[in-house]
Design a protein around this ligand. Structure first.
Ligand SMILES: *Cc1c(COP(=O)(O)O)cnc(C)c1O
Length: 381
């Protein structure tokens, strides 16, 4: 089955009790049993829910995994993965990383004796150098946030295999339509389904997709034992969003390409970060491991000033100033004061995250209107 068919059909059957073509929202906490222990496969809704089960089957198919385990948010899904580790274990992670992932590793897990080291993974040799006998997990985010660097998933996985270390790829920015890390050698994929999978900015949700039965069992155990499960309505919304994933992401990619080109020639723009440019330092890797270059574009200004950047963002009308990404509507954000405010300026500048850096999540609107909106805002500075 090809991708555009999978999003609509994989794991999804009409409801056997009614024929309803759409998976019902099973808004129930428990299930009636015929006799003690004699039931239809469902006992209590933290453990199993049919709406969630259908979504899990669909997600496993999209990422070519054997199972998917859903959680109440992307970070809850990541938390479940980290709970499989033990005190003394070490994580090697991408250095240009989603702020919440960084916070979870450093502020929560470090105090339980799980250390994270952050390396520039655009050079996979840095991963090899950082591996110790305690390394148990390599955490890859690609494309990275907000600099849109690309990590070579195949190369990192090869290094990890030699050291017998598990690799998890946060595939939130690319979505399975553009990139399937399990096929490239990764052991696990993480999604903040809040973003492209949901696609309509109306739900918080997360998932882990695996290709190994033992890992599936471990995560399934944690899902039930720790209980950070999504509600059935949230699962329904993700199922609904996924049906148009390929159409939305395709359009976002097309729009992002045109916007990146427009920004590149604009006299007030200094740098444009977009992996689709031939001279992007990781363009070749992006081309090899992704089917297109995604809907995210970052840029900074010739006058690298916090206040001037703020002015651009308060003058766009279609690009809404907000955190998050991956919805049908375009968003604009300022990493230095929003998502990455907790990272010291010196650290920010090391990866090129300047005071005027602006991040766009390009939606599916008509691109001419989006370009006009940016042009108007840039004229005002
Ligand atoms: C948003 C995001 C997360 C966290 O997901 P939530 O659903 O907000 O908990 C993790 N990784 C990336 C790359 C994200 O963009």
């Amino acid at each position: 089955m090809k991708f555009g068919t999978k999003v609509i059909h994989a794991g999804i059957e009409p409801d056997p009790s009614s024929g309803a073509i759409m998976t019902p929202i099973f808004q129930t906490s428990t299930y009636v049993q015929d006799a003690p222990g004699k039931h239809k496969g469902y006992e209590y809704a933290r453990t199993q829910n049919p709406t969630r089960g259908t979504l899990e089957k669909n997600l496993a198919a999209l990422e070519n995994g054997i199972d998917a385990i859903c959680f109440s948010s992307g970070l809850a899904a990541m938390d479940a993965i980290l709970k499989t580790l033990n005190p003394g274990d070490e994580i090697i992670s991408t250095n240009d990383l989603y702020g919440g992932s960084y916070r979870l590793m450093t502020k929560i897990y470090e105090k339980f004796g799980i250390k994270s080291v952050f390396v520039d993974m655009t050079n996979p040799a840095n991963v090899k150098k950082a591996i110790t006998k305690n390394t148990k997990l390599i955490w890859v985010e690609t494309p990275t946030n907000p600099m849109l660097s690309i990590v070579d998933i195949k190369k990192v996985c090869k290094i990890a295999k030699e050291g017998k270390v598990q690799v998890c790829v946060d595939n939130t920015f690319a979505s399975p339509f553009l990139q399937r890390p399990l096929d490239l050698g990764a052991d696990m994929v993480l999604h903040s389904a809040t973003k492209y999978l949901g696609g309509h900015s109306d739900v918080i949700h997360g998932a882990v997709i695996v290709k190994n039965k033992k890992m599936a069992e471990a995560l399934r155990f944690i899902q039930n034992a720790a209980g950070a499960v999504p509600g059935p309505q949230d699962c329904f919304l993700i199922l609904r969003g996924i049906k148009t994933l390929h159409l939305r992401v395709e359009r976002s990619c097309k729009n992002a390409k045109k916007i990146a080109k427009f920004l590149l020639t604009h006299p007030k723009v200094a740098n444009v970060y977009y992996p689709g440019f031939k001279d992007h330092p990781n363009h070749k890797v992006a081309k090899a491991q992704m089917d297109d270059f995604g809907g995210m574009v970052s840029f900074d200004l010739v006058r690298d000033d916090f206040k001037i950047a703020t002015k651009v963002m308060s003058n766009t009308k279609l690009f809404s100033l907000a955190e998050s990404l991956g919805g049908v509507e375009s968003l604009i954000g300022h990493p230095a004061s929003m998502t990455h405010a907790s990272i010291p300026k010196k650290e920010r500048l090391k990866v090129g995250l300047t005071d005027s850096l602006i991040r766009l999540s390009v939606g599916v609107e008509d691109v001419e209107d989006l370009i006009d909106d940016l042009e108007n805002a840039l004229t005002k500075i």
